[in-house]
Design a protein around this ligand. Structure first.
Ligand SMILES: [Zn+2]
Ligand SMILES: [Zn+2]
Length: 720
């Protein structure tokens, strides 16, 4: 190869050609450094025939600078990147960037200096120094990372290093991970689990593309079952990727994994330290990382020899990314398995309708796990809030309160579920009606009483609640409207002061350590009532938990999109599955104002099949997925007029097609988000329509002012 075509990491530029200097070895997939103007830029060598570009004469080519010391990206991964870019209407550069997710990893083997406490004290103690020393007990990391953990400046820590309070430690960046053993522990499987596991093991042994839907109610042992497939992948010396939706809550999973395989898996998520990220990336690329457990971004890593993909809780909407490349990790996982010629397992107690439909039509093989023998499913009852009203100013109806008191008296645990963080979703002035609103978004500020702040859940804007109304200046006139988990916890505290409470949200369980601590306390019986958001709907197994109260089942149905009923069903069915997992039977009470809504009726009857049947027909009528396809265009700008004009121009040039209906433009429900004004168009297409090509042709003919962004969302989940 004396010339090479590169995908470079600049979405505004297409592929570029370079000269390969004498003596430099490059192949398709090589990761290289190339000159771009006065700068240097990372790129990936690609098959020139697959990437059209303007041919540059030999004499004008600039030479590549170096090949980075990492394995070339394999053809299977390059094909996946092309497919993802094409399907989601994204640039190949922005998709490929997700592969090289660790800058440090590209620089080859090295050691690094980390710092840890020596136990010594500084000559002069300041509050900042004391806070840093207390916060960093047991930590070892770079100065920058330690500063981040402790919330102090790097200067403070450097001062402490000079005084001998911290000492440097040289660390091999790529020290190997402990080895997992396929037969470290013998699994105990029910006959149904063993049968499903056998099927998966055979498939992993065969090593061909095979998509499975592992469908089993909560507590049926899906994890143990797919662990056997992982064991086979280990025996084959192949890598396994397990995708999980909530990385903060993988603690229980990691422990079970270690019990079964004798070592922890390699973990990948967005809050890894840069050194951990680098080490994991290099182990994945070299093949040393045997099993990787990660959030959706782990999907695009350069596995050397992938043998199996598992997507656990595959129905979770957090697998859909809603910024940057707007992909759905569940769907891309199936495509990756196809390109790699390996099995993929989608595991869920409440599968997405799309997945069920694929199983019905025979594309996916369905493996059904019935409930474990001996564990009864909980009894489920609805509580009509229009008939059984909570006391004034309260949110829990008398029957639910009585059920909580009974559990407390018997020493059993209860769980109250409300999918809303904070204390109250809206704060207003009793005297003038002023409402606290985010200055950057069309959203109310949510009161967080524990941390004394008003926060926007969309952009992160925060302010301290004032003593007086900012509008009329009246003191003591601010009222909290509606409940969040903190308010429910407060209510329980007032009703049962002796109950030991835990609030479980992404605010309180914001690190793996805190998650582990919560699980340990709950298992040890140190918590009587858990109040939580959707974080508590999965993964937990507390034998003493016998009551689940759903505080507001209607919340997810309000103003929702076409998936609202399905999501409500999934959430409540999952949280109900937390009750009665031990020897004692469980009870679920669902508070609702609409006890006759089909989704609530199906939940109360425990009749999953009829819910899915009704939902399937509704989707079929609406031409919604999986029977039709959706795509959204989101037009935004910092100026309202600019956003509106661009949206109108897109609307005015819409193609007239028999198989694609185009709705909008209209102001988005979130008409302003992070300071940008937003308009939306929605495409509803028949399955046969080439919707991506329609969009590319349509938008490709238009150009917009610099401040306008047009995002394309294929198979959208969010409609705000
Ligand atoms: Zn006021
Ligand atoms: Zn905001």
């Amino acid at each position: 190869m004396n010339r090479a075509r590169l995908v470079i990491f600049n979405a505004a530029l297409g592929p570029l050609d370079y000269r390969v200097p004498q003596g430099m070895e490059v192949v398709p997939g090589s990761v290289v450094v190339a000159p771009l103007g006065p700068r240097q830029i990372v790129g990936i060598v690609w098959e020139a025939e697959r990437l059209p570009a303007t041919e540059v004469p030999e004499a004008r080519l600039r030479p590549l600078i170096e090949v980075l010391p990492v394995p070339p990206l394999r053809a299977e991964l390059r094909r996946l990147l092309e497919w993802t870019a094409d399907y989601y209407c994204a640039s190949l550069a922005s998709v490929a960037r997700m592969v090289l997710a660790s800058g440090g990893a590209l620089r080859g083997p090295s050691t690094t200096i980390e710092y840890r406490l020596t136990g010594g004290l500084p000559e002069r103690m300041t509050p900042q120094r004391l806070a840093a020393i207390e916060a960093l007990e047991g930590e070892q990391a770079t100065i920058r990372e330690l500063a981040g953990i402790a919330g102090v400046s790097e200067g403070v820590l450097r001062g402490l290093v000079n005084q001998g309070v911290f000492e440097p430690v040289e660390v091999d960046c790529d020290r190997p991970y402990p080895r997992a053993e396929a037969d470290s522990a013998q699994p105990i499987l029910t006959p149904a689990q063993a049968e499903a596991a056998d099927r998966l093991v055979t498939s992993v042994r065969d090593g061909a593309f095979a998509p499975f839907l592992l469908d089993g109610v909560t507590g049926s042992g899906k994890t143990e079952t797919y662990f056997e497939a992982i064991a086979q992948s280990l025996r084959n010396s192949r890598q396994t990727l397990v995708l999980l939706p909530e990385i903060a809550l993988t603690e229980a999973f990691l422990r079970r994994f270690e019990e079964r395989f004798g070592a922890a898996p390699v973990v990948w998520h967005s809050s890894l330290k840069s050194t951990e990220r680098r080490r994991a990336w290099r182990a994945i690329a070299s093949g040393d990382a045997q099993v990787v457990v990660g959030a959706r971004s782990a999907l695009f890593l350069p596995y050397a020899q992938l043998g199996l993909i598992v997507v656990d809780e595959a129905h979770e909407t957090s697998f859909k990314q809603d910024d940057g490349v707007r992909y759905n990790a569940r769907d891309v996982a199936v495509m990756r398995a196809r390109f790699e010629h390996i099995p993929v397992v989608l595991a869920s107690a409440t599968p997405a309708l799309e997945s069920l439909q694929m199983a019905e039509s025979g594309v996916y093989e369905k493996l059904l796990l019935p409930s474990r023998f001996g564990t009864e499913l909980p009894t489920i009852d609805t509580l009509d809030l229009t008939q059984e009203k909570p006391e004034r100013g309260r949110w829990l109806a008398p029957r639910l309160v009585q059920a909580l008191r009974d559990r407390l008296a018997r020493g059993e645990q209860s769980l109250l579920f409300l999918n809303r963080r904070g204390y109250a979703p809206l704060t207003l002035c009793r005297s003038c009606g002023f409402r606290f609103k985010c200055p950057h978004c069309s959203a109310w500020l949510v009161e967080h009483r524990l941390s004394r702040r008003l926060a926007c859940h969309h952009c992160g804007h925060e302010t301290t609640p004032p003593a007086n109304c900012p509008e009329c200046g009246e003191p003591d006139c601010l009222v909290a409207c509606g409940p969040g988990v903190e308010r429910i916890a407060h209510e329980v505290e007032e009703l049962m002061p002796e109950a030991r409470l835990a609030i479980v949200t992404s605010d309180t369980l914001n690190s793996p350590d805190k998650a582990a601590q919560f699980i340990a306390e709950a298992e040890a019986g140190l918590i009587d009532v858990i109040v939580g958001t959707q974080l508590v709907t999965k993964g937990f197994h507390f034998p003493e938990l016998t009551l689940v109260g759903v505080v507001d089942a209607d919340l997810g149905l309000e103003g929702g999109d076409l998936r609202a009923a399905e999501r409500t069903y999934q959430q409540i069915a999952q949280v109900a599955g937390r009750a009665g997992r031990g020897a004692k039977p469980g009870e679920v009470l669902i508070q609702t104002r609409h006890p006759d809504a089909p989704v609530i009726v199906a939940l109360a009857a425990g009749d999953r099949d009829s819910f899915y049947a009704v939902e399937t027909e509704a989707r079929r009528d609406a031409g919604a997925p999986p029977f039709g396809r959706w795509a959204a265009l989101i037009v935004s700008s910092e100026t309202e007029a600019e956003a509106r004009e661009a949206a109108n121009r897109i609307g005015a040039t819409r193609p007239q097609l028999a198989d694609v209906m185009i709705l909008g433009p209209a102001p988005a429900p979130m008409a302003m988000l992070r300071g940008r004004y937003r308009y939306r168009l929605l495409l509803n297409a028949r399955r046969s329509a080439e919707v991506q090509q329609v969009i590319r042709d349509w938008l490709g003919a238009l150009s917009f002012p610099q401040g306008v962004r047009v995002a394309i969302d294929i198979d959208p989940y969010s409609f705000v």
